[in-house]
Design a protein around this ligand. Structure first.
Ligand SMILES: Cc1cc2nc3c(=O)[nH]c(=O)nc-3n(C[C@H](O)[C@H](O)[C@H](O)COP(=O)(O)OP(=O)(O)OC[C@H]3O[C@@H](n4cnc5c(N)ncnc54)[C@H](O)[C@@H]3O)c2cc1C
Length: 442
């Protein structure tokens, strides 16, 4: 008799039953492609477990792309119905805080857990935040009136909002550098990865699963490869079937003479504003951002974007910035690696050939138990699509990937694990009877 229960065959395309962790005899070596937040956090977790990790970065320094901002805000995503995305980012925030709290305390990174004030800038937002407050975990947030919010932030606002005592800001680059300073991590710069290939090492079946990462000038072999290339390598992302689209953002920087007072908390409004110590060589004492400018792919600063950032900040915090047009254009441009469903993509990469034959070329309308369980490319992982909220997802992704490859259970409940699964976009198209998308066109 077939004893398979209905629940054990639900979503066979996301099943981990055929996933094989790295075996004890395999070398504890990994190549991580990409020296941003996603790559550096995985590299660090592996190094902490005694793995030798090589990080390959195409640019002349790490953390130059989306992870290159002076500061990013750390806060949960509040929705009225506490939906899948809110649940995911609440879980992500837990991981983020577990990583950052000791580093903030010891001064290993730049940033502060100075609380985050999320201002409700419209009647809809008031409703959403207040409904969210009802369903979010206890002690997560406090509702504040405009007067309380003004006192909390140290500057006037006419908006109320939610205050998250655990929120704050961090400088992504300082996290990346802290992670990559681990003795077991070797960073190779100017290494543009062109391909990742499975090596068949022949006679000894125990050697069969090893990966070769090819750059223009060299190659690197390892048991595990984690590809964390962010938004801009369309070719490699398409090869891994990742529908990642770059969304340009400009953050504005302000010096002491451009603000009236330092904010006491991190603030989100229709953008976000942070005051702090961003680096000794830097004259910048405040930042505010960020624009969303897709499909603009130019990587230079613009006065129009700076004006946009100032307008958003001034609408929320009318007394914070000095008035008047500044001659000075200062800030940073980066490209967020976004996905169609605004959730990241992480985990072991499915065996795409097997998947095409077993699902995508089959009739999509059978009951789920009709289909076999997903197969994976053992030891090949991705961490990408961290979008506009990478500070609340990259740490969780790193924890979960390292757990997976060392044989631990996923840190995510099934619904959330499915929601970030690398196969989800292809599966959704197929189950709806739609043609597969060409990810170069995303
Ligand atoms: C303007 C802006 C504001 C933001 N604000 C916030 C915020 O307030 N809060 C928040 O949580 N998040 C924020 N984010 C999002 C967050 O910064 C990103 O989600 C995160 O930095 C993504 O990290 P990543 O490592 O995936 O990508 P990246 O930092 O882009 O890293 C990818 C790296 O891979 C390298 N690479 C690419 N292709 C190759 C290749 N073929 N070979 C070798 N190396 C390669 C790149 O050079 C790059 O260094 C913001 C992003 C932007 C742009």
């Amino acid at each position: 008799m077939n004893t398979t229960t209905q629940s054990s065959v639900a979503r066979p395309w996301f099943s981990l039953e055929n996933h094989q962790p790295i075996a004890a005899w395999q070398s504890k070596t990994a190549v991580v492609v990409g020296g941003g937040l996603a790559g550096a956090t995985v590299a660090y977790r592996l190094a902490q477990m005694g793995w030798k990790v090589t990080v390959l970065e195409m640019q002349g320094a790490v953390s130059q792309q989306a992870s290159g901002n002076l500061a990013g805000a750390i806060h949960p995503l509040v929705t009225a119905d506490w939906n899948l995305r809110s649940q995911f980012y609440a879980k992500g925030l837990e991981s983020t805080l577990r990583w950052l709290q000791p580093w903030w305390k010891n001064g290993n990174i730049r940033g502060a857990q100075n609380g985050l004030m999320q201002l409700a800038m419209s009647a809809t937002m008031v409703k959403r935040l207040q409904a969210g407050l009802e369903v979010m975990p206890e002690n997560f947030a406090i509702w504040q009136t405009p007067q309380q919010a003004s006192e909390q932030m140290g500057t006037l606002t006419k908006y109320g909002g939610l205050y998250f005592p655990q929120g704050g800001w961090v400088q992504p680059k300082s996290v990346v550098e802290n992670c990559l300073s681990h003795d077991y991590i070797d960073v190779k710069l100017h290494q543009t990865v062109e391909d990742v290939q499975l090596l068949n090492m022949g006679a000894n079946p125990k050697n069969d699963q090893a990966w070769r990462v090819l750059t223009a000038t060299s190659h690197y072999d390892a048991s595990v490869v984690v590809v964390a290339t962010g938004a801009l390598d369309a070719r490699l992302n398409a090869k891994l079937q990742l529908p990642v689209r770059p969304v340009k953002g400009q953050v504005s920087h302000f010096g002491k003479s451009e603000i009236n007072s330092a904010l006491k908390t991190t603030v989100t409004h229709e953008g976000y504003s942070v005051c702090g110590d961003f680096g000794q060589a830097s004259q910048v004492v405040a930042i505010s951002g960020a624009t969303f400018e897709a499909p603009n792919m130019t990587n230079h600063l613009s006065f129009a974007s700076q004006q946009h950032n100032k307008t958003l900040a001034t609408k929320a915090l009318p007394n914070w910035l000095q008035s008047g047009d500044s001659e000075c254009l200062a800030g940073n441009v980066g490209f967020r690696p976004t996905t169609p469903d605004h959730l990241p993509i992480f985990g072991e990469v499915p065996d795409w050939g097997w998947m095409a034959a077993s699902y995508l070329q089959k009739n999509p309308s059978h009951a789920e138990h009709f289909y076999p369980k997903q197969r994976y490319q053992q030891g090949l992982y991705v961490s990408n699509g961290h979008g506009a909220r990478g500070l609340m997802s990259a740490f969780l992704a790193a924890d979960d990937i390292v757990n997976s490859l060392t044989g631990g259970a996923s840190l995510l409940p099934e619904t959330l694990r499915h929601a970030v699964h690398p196969a989800r976009f292809a599966i959704r198209q197929w189950r709806k009877g739609l043609p597969q998308k060409n990810h170069h066109d995303q």
